[in-house]
Design a protein around this ligand. Structure first.
Ligand SMILES: Nc1ncnc2c1ncn2[C@@H]1O[C@H](COP(=O)(O)OP(=O)(O)OP(=O)(O)O)[C@@H](O)[C@H]1O
Ligand SMILES: [Mg+2]
Length: 222
């Protein structure tokens, strides 16, 4: 699903956020990206989402080559990946359901179908009772669940979640990891960045990678 060969990301101000990274992700994988603040975790996900492009090396996501010239293909790719951003990006003044439906606006589906998908996703994340609340009235953990519902409502085959456990106590963080794990099947992979290394469980096809100043290494589980 992801084939990264020797990718680097250098921002225009000269910061080397990622340095010569090789990574392969297969359907069914659960990949945890760990490492200290500023080590390149979000940058890595941004490359997979097509928000930034590698300045060196080659990257393919679900067969799509990720380069600047490929905007049409990358626009199609965005319909089948489910991004959960570190800062959520929920739209204030809109309800929970409306926010989840907005995540599917690229999908050319009739309104009824969008509503039904949104309602299923909200049940899945345990927030059906907040469907009509405005997003600005939610707690941090609830907002996180809306962001996850918005990402999964389009039934993506690749879920990319940036720090979904940040700010949560241990029980809630575990619930979120369990929830994200529940979306893995033989055609779906999940990639999660997290500081909460003590919560990572060696189950499913979990892989743990550690970022350090833009370099990647594999971590042994258990
Ligand atoms: N748009 C940008 N322009 C220049 N430098 C950037 C930009 N975005 C990130 N950086 C730098 O790239 C490096 C990696 O940042 P990144 O956000 O990927 O770290 P992170 O591991 O996600 O950190 P955190 O755990 O705090 O979220 C940092 O040094 C950061 O300051
Ligand atoms: Mg980050």
């Amino acid at each position: 699903m992801i084939e990264a060969k020797g990718i680097s990301l250098r921002f225009p101000n000269g910061t080397m956020a990622l340095n010569n990274i090789d990574l392969q992700v297969e359907p069914g994988d659960m990949v945890y990206v760990t490492g200290p603040s500023g080590s390149g975790k979000t940058s890595l996900l941004k490359l997979f989402m097509g928000i930034e492009y590698p300045t060196l090396g080659s990257l393919k996501v679900l067969g799509q080559t990720m380069t600047k010239g490929q905007t049409a293909g990358i626009r199609r790719l965005r319909k089948i990946i489910g991004p959960v951003f570190q800062e959520f990006r929920l739209i204030a003044g809109r309800t929970v359901t409306e926010n989840v439906m907005l995540g599917m606006r690229f999908l050319d589906l009739p309104q009824d179908q969008l509503k039904e998908n949104a309602s299923h996703a909200l049940v899945k994340v345990g927030l059906e009772h907040k469907a009509l609340s405005l997003v600005e009235n939610l707690s941090w953990g609830e907002s996180q669940r809306v962001a996850i519902a918005r990402a999964v409502a389009r039934k993506p085959v690749l879920i990319l979640a940036d720090e979904p456990t940040g700010n949560l106590d241990k029980d809630n963080a575990l619930n979120i990891l369990e929830l994200l794990t529940s979306f893995i099947d033989e055609k779906t992979a999940v990639i999660i960045t997290t500081h909460a290394t003590h919560l990572i469980e060696a189950e499913h096809n979990s892989k743990v990678i550690r970022m350090d100043k833009g370099s990647l290494s594999w971590e042994r589980l258990g």
